[in-house]
Design a protein around this ligand. Structure first.
Ligand SMILES: [Zn+2]
Ligand SMILES: [Zn+2]
Length: 603
């Protein structure tokens, strides 16, 4: 029912879908086969977050984790986080138990939200609605923008020169391997970290000879202004592993940093130490200027003002765009469709485009004819082996994807609730649940039970407060799961109950907490309490539907709205998941993290 409460003033939100590798401890490692959590071959609704109104997906081509932001401004992180301190027990955060980080836990004042961020391989940044930046993770090269230290274990505020002017906010950040960029509301760009390939755009690599064959690089901290933009207004920034792009308000595109595979789109492999204008988007014809920018690990992408998708660098393993034939300048690489949103994962590219039959179509292509790399495209178990050309992601047919984010080994989609979304399977497909009503404890012979879309726990229509006469249309969440989603940044967020049905007392304690905080006026008896269970209360409510499990089962099969109680035995099949071997074959010169000294061997 949360879905029907959407107001016109509300920020656009959706539900999180996930596909690809979710074996966080072993993603990208050779021992993955032996530790088989199956990969998800097509997008599933991520059940743990299925009740939340999500507004932003944050992951990246080198990130084995994700952060998503909800409509209240809280952050939820899962995967292998950049700092083990973010996890509650092991160094992995299960997708079934995302960790909630509220702005108030960082002592931001009430009402301040997390609004954006960036996910690098080893560090993550979040932006709050007051323009502050918070960083966490690897800081060996000062890439977070804080003084050099092995690790920033918990989110810590980044103190940059922009703080001198209280009017200036940070509105966008990027996270490369060894550096970060910070875009201010005044259109200036700051950079922090290591500049061995010119990533910081400050005109130097900061290289110093230590001894024969060994050099060290100056690390830039606190963040320092990127050169060349003082008379311009930059409106967007993007970073790959070792290079960056910027877009100004006139649509000019600038590139700098490491130029291997011609990823800067400047027709050569010469590193640029300062932002360099990309001629392709600098013509007099305004329509050919840049509209949006993004970076793959070794590629650059510009969506031009005609909404065309142009790519430079290496983004495939074979053929055009591969190691041998990297696009040295920006090429129109995919079907000529108008791009709404685009994202790059480790080996994947996604874009959304208007669907000719209405709504939004999601399109993807992988790095090459390497089956192992196509899982995170979410093309489904029956898809062909190659996605060198962009193709529609069929399992998302009819689903309006409003945001997409490619991770290193997995992909996330943000889907607006509609009928097609309701038909999509959740992951995990099954969670244990009770057969008796969570309020009165009676079985479904007493009346129709609704089953929560998230926790699967049953509730009689007449046991709800207020009671329902009919099965509601669309997704339905139980009082606890609805409260969890609507309760704001400080409401507790509980992991999925996977081993046993969600305990009854969690609902009661959650409601009691809410009642306790809503003043001392005596409220109605909490569902599940002795009063609620009394015969008089039960007797006062009349089931509006005849208890008849046979007819109900039949009506579910013929397509009544989701949310009615379904046959749990039938929904427990897990045969669709396949374990697929995964190898990583991205030939990228690595900058060794964890070492202050970086080999100067020629690449
Ligand atoms: Zn009941
Ligand atoms: Zn529930």
């Amino acid at each position: 029912m949360a879905d029907t409460q959407t107001q016109s003033t509300e920020q656009e939100w959706g539900r999180v879908l996930i596909c690809g590798g979710i074996n966080w401890a072993h993603n990208g490692k050779k021992d993955k086969v032996a530790n088989g959590t199956p990969d998800l071959l097509s997008p599933y609704i991520l059940r743990s977050l299925s009740n939340l109104k999500i507004v932003k997906l944050i992951t990246g081509p080198s990130a084995n984790y994700a952060v998503v932001l909800d409509i209240h401004g809280a952050a939820y992180i899962f995967g292998r986080p950049p700092s083990p301190a973010l996890a509650t027990s092991s160094d992995i955060i299960s997708e079934n138990a995302p960790v909630k980080i509220s702005p108030t836990s960082l002592e931001l004042k009430e009402g301040v939200k997390f609004v954006d961020g960036a996910a690098g391989r080893g560090h993550v940044l979040l932006i709050d609605s007051e323009g502050g930046v918070w960083g966490c993770g690897n800081n060996v090269t000062a890439q977070i923008g804080l003084p050099v230290t092995m690790l920033i274990p918990k989110f810590t505020k980044v103190t940059g020169p922009w703080l001198k002017d209280p009017e200036v906010k940070i509105i966008q950040v990027t996270a490369g391997h060894t550096f970060s960029l910070f875009l201010t509301s005044t259109g200036q760009v700051y950079a922090a970290g290591s500049s061995e390939n010119g990533q910081l755009g400050n005109g130097k690599t900061g290289e110093r000879l230590v001894k024969a064959g060994k050099v060290t690089f100056d690390l830039e901290v606190p963040p320092r202004l990127v050169q060349g933009f003082t008379d311009k207004k930059i409106v967007q920034i993007a970073s790959g592993n070792q290079h960056s792009l910027a877009l100004d308000e006139e649509g000019f595109v600038y590139a700098w940093g490491y130029a291997g595979y011609s990823r800067l789109g400047l027709q050569d492999q010469v590193n640029r130490l300062v932002p360099t204008i990309v001629p392709h988007f600098a013509g007099n014809n305004i329509a050919t200027r840049g509209h949006a920018i993004l970076c793959g690990p070794t590629s650059s992408i510009v969506i031009d003002r005609q909404k065309m998708f142009l790519i430079a660098g290496k983004f495939k393993l074979t053929g055009d765009g591969s190691t041998g034939q990297a696009y040295t300048y920006f090429n129109l690489s995919v079907m000529a469709c108008k791009v709404i949103k685009a994202s790059c994962g480790g080996c994947t590219h996604f874009l959304t485009t208007p669907d000719p039959v209405g709504g939004i179509m999601t399109v993807g292509f992988g790095q090459g004819a390497v089956t192992d790399h196509l899982l995170e495209l979410g093309l489904g178990p029956d898809a062909g082996k190659s996605a060198t050309k962009a193709q529609k992601i069929e399992p998302l047919s009819g689903i309006d994807v409003i945001d997409v984010a490619g991770g290193a080994f997995f992909s996330l989609f943000l889907a607006k609730p509609n009928e097609a979304l309701e038909d999509l399977t959740r992951f995990p497909e099954w969670v244990p649940s009770d057969s008796n009503c969570m309020v009165c404890g009676d079985d479904d012979s007493a009346g129709v039970q609704l089953e929560c879309e998230k926790c699967e726990q049953p509730y009689h229509l007449f046991c709800l407060d207020p009671p329902l006469k009919d099965v509601p249309e669309g997704q339905w969440f139980c009082p606890e799961c609805a409260q969890e989603a609507d309760g704001g940044v400080d409401h507790p967020f509980l992991p999925l109950s996977l081993d046993e049905p969600r305990p009854r007392n969690r609902l009661q304690s959650a409601l009691e907490r809410v009642q306790a905080s809503s003043g001392d006026a005596p409220g109605p008896a909490a569902p599940g309490s002795a009063a609620a269970n009394s015969n008089s209360r039960k007797g006062s409510r009349t089931p509006s539907v005849k208890p008849d499990s046979q007819s109900r089962a039949g009506s579910v099969a013929s397509g009544t709205p989701r949310g009615t109680k379904r046959d749990r035995e039938g929904s427990s099949a897990v045969g669709e998941f396949r374990l697929v071997r995964r190898t990583v074959a991205i030939a990228e010169p690595e900058v060794k993290l964890g070492l202050a000294l970086i080999s100067a061997a020629p690449r």
